[in-house]
Design a protein around this ligand. Structure first.
Ligand SMILES: Cc1ncc(CO)c(N)n1
Length: 220
């Protein structure tokens, strides 16, 4: 999946990328064999995840260096709070799980580790550190959604697949990639991949990817 120029390079340098985007969980989600309870466990954890992720993208608004960067980050905050959380609320409501129950979800260690890792990248690092830690989340789900949609899937979890593979989410991915490429170019210049700083960003990206791969294991 070609989202910009930094992302494909970081992805190629992340040893756990395939473990993230090609898991048994996703295979069973696509062929419809994933047990409902496993899907709902995942969704409840992911609901809490999205709230922390919206916080992290909000921190990116605060760390951004220009109004266009602020707008791009704010668009993602909006998409997380208004679109993605609603998918989770709607799917869970249909299964009889209330918003109050979702909010009371006790975070799994994998969830806690991932969201706090990303937030910490933002607290202790700069805008680029935060973007590198945020990138696997947005762009990985874009890659997964686009692939599952193009490969064909069972209707059981179609709404999930169509959300991430759909045009709105794909547009968000392209916007995020453009944001990252612009932020890297304006701060590090055209030789960015040759700089020591690039390896720090690669490390952030690779760690976040490893934590994404681990996230799938929380629903069993
Ligand atoms: C764990 C995880 N990563 C990425 C996304 C995409 O926002 C999500 N909903 N959940």
């Amino acid at each position: 999946m070609n989202y910009g120029t930094c992302f494909p390079r970081w992805r190629a340098g992340a040893p756990d990328w395939d473990a993230y985007v090609r898991t048994p969980f996703l295979r069973s989600l696509a062929d419809g064999s994933l047990p409902r309870h496993a899907f709902l466990t995942y969704l409840a954890q992911d609901y809490v995840f999205l709230i922390h992720f919206a916080r992290a993208w909000s921190l990116a608004v605060a760390k951004a260096g220009s109004l266009p960067e602020m707008r791009a980050c704010s668009a993602t905050v909006h998409a997380l709070l208004e679109t993605e959380t609603r998918l989770h609320l709607d799917l869970c409501a249909r299964a009889g799980i209330t918003e109050a129950e979702l909010t009371a979800t006790v975070e799994a260690p994998q969830n806690l580790a991932y969201t706090r890792y990303v937030l910490e990248a933002g607290y202790s690092g700069d805008f680029l550190d935060l973007l590198a830690a945020l990138a696997p989340c947005v762009l990985g789900y874009g890659e997964i959604g686009a692939r599952l949609l193009s490969e064909g899937h069972d209707p059981a979890y179609a709404e999930w697949i169509e959300t991430y593979g759909g045009t709105d989410y794909q547009a968000l991915c392209h916007g995020t990639a453009a944001l990252i490429d612009g932020a890297v170019a304006s701060r590090l210049g055209p030789q960015a991949p040759a700089l020591p700083r690039w390896h720090q960003l690669q490390d952030r990206f690779s760690t976040a990817t490893r934590l994404e791969a681990a996230f799938w294991t929380l629903a069993g």
